[in-house]
Write a protein that binds this ligand. Structure first.
Ligand SMILES: Nc1ncnc2c1ncn2[C@@H]1O[C@H](COP(=O)(O)OP(=O)(O)O)[C@@H](O)[C@H]1O
Ligand SMILES: [Mg+2]
Length: 220
């Protein structure tokens, strides 16, 4: 589903050059749930952003579902990302002056679907994360765990085949964190391919495979 070949990512500023990813070769088959661990600054977010077509690698090839995307235009990349990939971030990234329901509908605005079908899909996604009773709330009225569940609903509303989660439980206590992991495990059971960055060994153990990074290199 996701294939990375000889990926290198260099960040250049006027004074320093950082090799954030160094020869990463990785294949994540359809339906696998992998976790990614490693010390701060080792390249975990960069790796996820490259997989998710949010960032271009400096070298190497990215394939998503058999499509090699290096020659894709930004527009085509954006469409592929919108259709195939759902993102979840540590800090939720919800829009505070939109209701829960409106937040979840956002990814569908880029598609040609009617208001009514957007609403139905958003409700369905919120049901899946157990938040049907909070649709009219605003993000500031929710707990951290509930906010992350809204963010998951937003990530899955377009029924993406791939879910990329960057420390999704990093801002949550262990009870709420376990809840979020259970939702991700459930989505994986239903067929989603998932890559999750985590600092929690116990959570990583519940996934199919653990990838460890160190200084931009894959060490296991
Ligand atoms: N936009 C950027 N510009 C310059 N350097 C960056 C940028 N993003 C990340 N880096 C550097 O790349 C390395 C990897 O960063 P990151 O992928 O965010 O690590 P992690 O998620 O594992 O903490 C770090 O050394 C970081 O400082
Ligand atoms: Mg990071």
């Amino acid at each position: 589903m996701i294939k990375l070949t000889a990926i290198e990512k260099v960040y250049r500023t006027s004074t320093i050059e950082t090799l954030a990813l160094d020869n990463i070769n990785l294949e994540i088959p359809k339906g696998e749930f992998v976790s990614i661990m490693g010390p701060s600054g080792c390249g975990k977010s960069t790796l996820l952003n490259v997989m998710g077509l949010l960032d271009n690698p400096s070298k190497g090839a990215v394939e998503i579902d058999g499509m090699e995307i290096s020659r894709y235009s930004d527009k085509k990349l954006a469409r592929l990302r919108n259709q195939k990939i759902g993102f979840i971030f540590q800090s939720f990234h919800l829009i505070n002056d939109l209701s829960v329901l409106d937040n979840v509908e956002i990814p569908l605005l880029y598609r040609t679907s009617t208001g009514r079908s957007r609403r139905e899909l958003a409700k369905e996604a919120l049901e899946k994360v157990g938040l049907s009773n909070r649709m009219k709330h605003f993000p500031s009225q929710l707990s951290g765990g509930q906010k992350q569940r809204v963010a998951i609903a937003r990530a899955i509303v377009g029924k993406p085949e791939i879910i990329l989660a960057d420390e999704p439980t990093g801002n949550l206590d262990s009870v709420m964190g376990a809840e979020i992991l259970n939702i991700l495990l459930q989505l994986n059971q239903e067929g989603a391919t998932i890559a999750m960055v985590t600092h929690d060994e116990q959570m990583a153990r519940k996934t199919n495979r653990l990838i460890r990074l160190f200084d931009g290199r894959q060490v296991s």
